[in-house]
Design a protein around this ligand. Structure first.
Ligand SMILES: *[C@@H]1O[C@H](CO)[C@@H](O)[C@H](O)[C@H]1NC(C)=O
Length: 345
């Protein structure tokens, strides 16, 4: 039976007495085993810890609704301020009715806020970070007791529902808008669009997620100042173990314009937002056990083949560069015919 089985053996064997063992061969095997161990360790880590996969998808939720969460402080009395949202579909929202306006006794820049910066880069948050910070909350809608129309600064906040299409959100001064520029009741010298942004985000409000404009501000010496924020929103979905967190990251660039009595323009704070038709999905992917085994097998096969080729190449390299003597160094003597020929040379 066993002799029959032997004749089935597909791999021709060399009798062990003719096999030659070399030191270099031993080292290269050791190295191969080490690589296998290392990769097994890493793969095990991936298998139990999961892998984070970034993928772009065409955003299917185009045209659905979402909200803009907004919280800013402007250095002007509330009664001067006019807000407006206008979008691509030409829907006009009277943001004035949706937002809360609260008089502040004083304009101030909170500690740690970055003033007058051009951009504030916030990297894409890591999956685990989001899972920890992705606690949604109701955006504040409580009004403070102190609420004077004539207070020198105005706290504007609230959530504005908008269509998920490109649009503009404007904060201008009454009498200094596009249509009513001549009917000014407010003295020009009282205009001051110096502001700080506590929060600006799109979609569900996650208080712990940093957005590029949070805790930033701009100050100006000019009464007729315009700030144009160009915002590019990328819908981002984080998925891990069945939990899905729908967020919207954005990139922003700022343009400042100064107008004067001769060079007229509409002063104000403008947020021009655009939604990317592509959404980013950051997902924690896990393999099944069978997939994991197949992956390991493929990796082992690859390493063994690679190890052999590298070994052969090094052997040839040594033979070419240092000659036969060096190549045979560290090889066991078997006393065969070939070995003798080598020694003669
Ligand atoms: C607006 O307010 C800021 C902060 O108080 C001040 O530094 C700036 O000079 C003011 N600008 C104008 C045009 O009054």
């Amino acid at each position: 039976m066993s002799s029959r089985l032997k004749s089935f053996d597909a791999f021709p064997k060399i009798d062990s007495q003719h096999q030659v063992h070399s030191q270099r061969g031993g080292y290269s095997s050791l190295l191969t085993y080490f690589c296998i161990l290392l990769l097994t360790w890493m793969e095990l880590g991936h298998y139990f810890g999961g892998m984070v996969d970034h993928q772009f998808h065409v955003d299917e939720k185009v045209n659905s609704n979402l909200v803009i969460n907004l919280d800013l402080l402007i250095n002007m009395p509330c009664r001067y301020i006019h807000t407006n949202v206008r979008d691509f579909t030409d829907d006009r929202f009277l943001a004035n009715e949706l937002l809360k306006f609260e008089g502040f006794p004083e304009f101030y820049v909170p500690n740690g806020y970055k003033m007058n910066q051009d951009t504030n880069h916030v990297p894409t948050p890591e999956l685990d970070e989001i899972m920890g910070e992705g606690i949604s909350a109701k955006f504040r809608d409580q009004i403070n007791q102190f609420n004077s129309e004539n207070a020198p600064a105005c706290h504007v906040y609230g959530s504005i529902p908008v269509n998920k299409v490109n649009g503009d959100f404007h904060i201008t001064a009454k009498g200094y808008g596009y249509s009513d520029f001549t009917r000014q009741s407010i003295p020009m010298g009282d205009l001051n669009f110096t502001h700080v942004i506590n929060e600006l985000s799109f979609g569900t409000f996650y208080p712990y997620i940093d957005n590029p404009l949070d805790a930033t501000g701009q100050s100006t010496e000019n009464n007729l100042q315009a700030y144009q924020y160009y915002i590019n929103v990328v819908p981002t979905v984080y998925k891990k173990l069945g939990v899905e967190i729908d967020t919207n990251q954005f990139a922003v660039s700022l343009q400042r314009k100064q107008y004067s009595w001769e060079n007229k323009g509409v002063p104000g704070i403008f947020f021009k937002y655009e939604f990317d038709p592509i959404s980013l999905v950051v997902e924690d992917k896990r393999l099944t056990f069978v997939q994991f085994l197949i992956r390991l097998a493929t990796i082992y096969g690859g390493i063994i083949i690679l190890g052999k080729s590298v070994y052969k190449l090094t052997e040839q390299f040594i033979l070419r560069v240092y000659g036969k003597k060096a190549a045979m160094k560290g090889v066991e003597k078997k006393g065969g015919i070939l070995d003798k020929e080598v020694e003669k040379e």
